[in-house]
Design a protein around this ligand. Structure first.
Ligand code: ZN
Length: 260
């Protein structure tokens, strides 16, 4: 049974999104362990004396008190449990964390708790903020786990179209049908090619605990292939692109321009 929400309540949250409201307020989207997604107003938080301000940075793991409002709740107290300072000065980390947070934000409804999804997002943000440079593959593992939890697990065991076995060769991935399609089946026009290695890695990532991706022997070509397939899969599920896509593109351009 879902916990009953009293007039004011406390929750452990991550902040996937915030926007300005009026002169001094912000609207924050909170993904909470106890109550799922919530939207709240943080009043006067853009004024210099605000006690809340430092605690509601994006992706911060935070302890919050909220008062139930008619449309939006009101954030009355926030205390950071864990901050991720590396996010604010590293565009790649920031873009990837935005991507993960947006997946959760866009694929969940307000007020549907899923503590495991909360734990998955938090673990992923920690990995993205850490020294571990294998951020792409960590993000791919997050996507597979999140899609599975939310009921959009890609089918990887056999051909999603004809049910036949998959040969050790380049096959297809159909975002529309939600899985791998054998070489023999006609492409639905939107199908991408998928290598045997990519299928194996996707199966492995799905079966392993979050964080295990750091042990994977991957390479840039495989990383790019997985990103292409996962992004097509997410775009299909969301019915459009993630807003964070442009941020990721910017971070790539930025990295490419960096002197070596
Ligand atoms: Zn087939």
């Amino acid at each position: 049974m879902r916990p009953q929400r009293p007039q004011s309540y406390r929750a452990e949250a991550i902040l996937p999104r915030r926007s300005n409201l009026g002169e001094a307020d912000r609207i924050v989207t909170l993904y909470t362990r106890e109550y799922g997604k919530r939207r709240a107003v943080a009043k006067s938080v853009r004024r210099s004396k605000s006690r809340l301000a430092g605690h509601i940075e994006l992706f911060t793991h935070v302890d919050v008190y909220l008062a139930v409002g008619t449309n939006l709740d009101v954030l009355t107290q926030a205390t950071a449990i864990e901050i991720f300072p590396t996010m604010s000065n590293d565009l790649d980390r920031f873009a990837k964390a935005s991507w993960a947070a947006e997946v959760v934000d866009r694929l969940t409804l307000v007020g549907e708790p899923d503590p495991e999804l909360f734990a998955l997002l938090l673990a992923t943000i920690r990995l993205l903020a850490s020294e571990d440079e294998r951020r792409s593959i960590h993000l791919r593992q997050f996507e597979l786990h999140a899609l599975s939890r939310l009921g959009y697990r890609p089918h990887l065991e056999s051909c999603v179209n004809c049910g036949g076995g998959l040969k050790e060769m380049v096959n297809q991935f159909s975002p529309g049908l939600g899985g791998v399609m054998c070489h023999g089946c006609d492409s639905d026009g939107a199908a991408l090619t998928i290598s045997p290695s990519a299928i194996k890695v996707m199966r492995w990532l799905e079966s392993q605990e979050i964080g295990a991706a750091g042990r994977l022997n991957s390479n840039a070509a495989l990383d790019a292939e997985l990103e292409r397939i996962h992004t097509a899969c997410l775009n299909q599920v969301l019915g459009g692109m993630l807003r964070s896509a442009s941020l990721l593109d910017r971070s790539r351009t930025h990295n490419a321009a960096r002197p070596v």
